[in-house]
Design a protein around this ligand. Structure first.
Ligand SMILES: [Zn+2]
Length: 171
């Protein structure tokens, strides 16, 4: 049994995440990465939402500046480039498969949900479909776990070490 890499979630975290998303945050079980200022950057969501819906995306990038930076990468053809790199580089491919298994292990340690068994996120283990999901996993797990997510973070014009947060005065 592994311990998933995230902090417990506070009411204030939920308020900030809801402000970031522009809708009430649902099923949040932890904060998997934070900005240097402490604001959530990646939320961990329950594998089954309160209404019973299976939810495969354990790690979700909630931070608007991070999300925008990753969207710019996706718009500039980076997913196709990373897919070519996966095709050409066996070490990267094996690392990506390990990332897939690590993702599933983290999620199963919260709750095993049969409907999404074997499905992780972002296109893992063989495709590159969503850099937001891959970057979120890389931020949650730390460098060296998701090599494609690490690459996306290296390329993105955003860093968790520089606060670009809005003023979350939502009280
Ligand atoms: Zn911040």
């Amino acid at each position: 049994m592994t311990t998933p890499p995230f902090d417990p979630v506070s009411e204030r975290d939920i308020e900030i995440v809801s402000a970031q998303l522009g809708r009430p945050a649902r099923g949040v079980v932890g904060i998997a990465a934070r900005c240097v200022c402490g604001a959530p950057t990646v939320v961990a969501t329950a594998p089954r939402l309160p209404d019973g819906t299976p939810f495969p995306t354990l790690y979700y990038l909630s931070h608007p500046a991070a999300t925008a930076a990753i969207s710019r990468l996706e718009a500039s053809g980076t997913m196709a480039e990373f897919a070519r790199m996966l095709a050409d580089d066996e070490e990267l491919r094996l690392g990506y498969e390990r990332a897939h298994r690590a993702y599933l292990a983290d999620r199963d340690s919260i709750e095993h949900v049969e409907e999404i068994d074997g499905f992780s996120a972002g296109g893992m283990p063989v495709r590159v479909k969503c850099l937001h999901a891959l970057a979120a996993h890389a931020l949650a797990a730390g460098e060296g776990v998701n090599p494609v997510g690490d690459l996306a973070l290296t390329r993105a014009e955003w860093s968790p070490a520089v606060c670009e947060c809005a003023d979350y005065t939502v009280r």
